[in-house]
Design a protein around this ligand. Structure first.
Ligand code: SF4
Length: 428
């Protein structure tokens, strides 16, 4: 666990614009005219400027020092270079970036104009995540992607040519029409690219996506009938771990349920979520987590909210609206929740278990106390018996089977018997 009192901040910025909508996607993203982009960046910068005052009113720490920025969405690379530059200048004016801060931008293959590439490099972007999903052209295109394998490989060359070699490629297991042979081919091509990071997700079709609606109601437009079975998708995931997951010198290795990296290239920003370190989300449908300010009671602004603010040790989670029209109209109320130590303890289990290093029991006992951790250790015992967790008494990890059934395992850590800590406080 990081030194919480001197921790830096991670900033997530949501850019909800895409050139086309992927069939399986249900994110708060869509195809909007470029005229909306500038308006959106104005609103983002306005919100960013207001964060300090808001944090003081809520009595939470908003560190100035930043060690990771992640621009996701959406397809941030669709923004015009001057908008990208304007947003980065505003960020750097408001926060102090560590010299080696990790600055990631998500890009769609085939949608990075030369001027955009130049703007990214000039703004100090040092990591790019490409939504490849499949190296088989037919599979990528039938899920709504606009690229081919050749385009991805060319983008890799272009990114490296401007000095951005810290690159993540996303793949999805379970796309319509995918076979074991085609999946293996995608994994092999990914490996051959030599990128230092890969994310592999099992397709989860939301019933509100176009593909999800077709799976429920029938039809052939989005190839719902060609989606592999759950068992086949699970087997593809296992193949990914066999192909990409064996760490070794200079080789990709699995470090989290869905993530693989060459040692030293793990996503610093995403690690922050699993380590429960503070993050600020800006823009549409963005989530934040900030710790209660130290000595908050001494701060006049914090005193104002003290009546609604619970006892020490709580953290504030808040989410922005997912309605673009409302967001563009002006500042919106955020949905806030104060998380009790008991809730944080539960999160420590299901976020910590996502990582291959697992959960260190002594660290949790130090942070939350033996009494609070005891019921979780009973859950661990049951899950070990079922072959979903492994434990040597000091560290608890998911087994291979546990990684496949991780949501079932995490469920077991919810609603642990309450100890001395109070309930969460919800506010709007
Ligand atoms: S590019 Fe990403 S955010 Fe945009 S539609 Fe596709 S999956 Fe959704």
């Amino acid at each position: 666990m990081a030194d919480l009192q001197n921790d830096a901040l991670g900033i997530y910025i949501s850019i909800p614009f895409c050139r086309s909508k992927c069939t399986y996607c249900n994110f708060a993203s869509g195809v909007y005219p470029a005229s909306e982009h500038a308006h959106y960046i104005d609103r983002l910068i306005e919100d960013m400027a207001a964060t300090g005052e808001w944090a003081a009113q809520m009595g939470v720490e908003l560190p100035r020092r930043v060690d990771s920025v992640y621009r996701g969405g959406g397809t941030p690379s669709l923004l015009a270079p001057e908008l990208l530059a304007r947003l980065f200048s505003a960020l750097r004016a408001r926060f102090d970036f560590d010299p080696d801060a990790e600055i990631t931008v998500e890009c769609a293959p085939g949608q990075i104009a030369d001027e955009t590439l130049g703007a990214l490099a000039a703004a100090g972007v040092n990591r790019v995540s490409l939504g490849v999903q499949s190296f088989i052209d037919k599979e990528a295109q039938s899920s709504g992607r606009l690229h081919s394998r050749a385009i991805v490989l060319d983008d890799l060359r272009r990114l490296r040519a401007v000095g951005i070699s810290n690159i993540n490629l996303d793949l999805i297991a379970g796309l319509p029409g995918q076979t074991f042979a085609s999946w293996q081919e995608s994994l092999d091509v990914l490996k051959a690219t030599g990128v230092p990071h890969a994310s592999v997700y099992m397709l989860e079709v939301d019933e509100d996506s176009r593909l999800g609606r077709e799976m429920l109601a029938g039809g052939a437009r989005y190839h719902a009938e060609l989606v592999p079975t759950d068992d086949a998708i699970a087997a593809m995931y296992t193949t990914a771990i066999e192909t990409l997951g064996r760490p070794g010198r200079g080789r990709l290795g699995q470090y989290e349920i869905s993530n693989f990296a060459v040692r030293g290239h793990e996503s610093r920003h995403n690690l922050r979520y699993w380590q429960r370190r503070p993050y600020l989300g800006l823009g549409l449908d963005a989530s934040s987590m900030l710790r209660e300010a130290l000595h908050a009671a001494d701060l006049p602004a914090a005193n104002k909210s003290a009546e609604g603010r619970p006892e020490p040790g709580y953290v504030l989670r808040f989410n922005t609206t997912d309605d673009l029209g409302a967001y563009l109209a002006g500042p919106q109320p955020v949905e806030t929740a104060w998380l009790s130590p008991a809730s944080q303890h539960e999160e420590a289990w299901f976020l910590g278990l996502r990582r291959n290093v697992g959960v260190h029991v002594a660290a949790l006992r130090r942070e939350f106390g033996r009494k609070m951790v005891a019921p979780a250790m009973e859950v661990v015992g049951r899950m070990v018996e079922r072959g979903l967790l492994t434990s040597d008494g000091k560290t608890v990890r998911l087994t291979a089977q546990g990684q496949l059934l991780s949501n079932d395992v995490f469920q077991e850590f919810l609603g642990l018997p309450a100890t001395s800590a109070g309930a969460d406080h919800l506010q709007e």
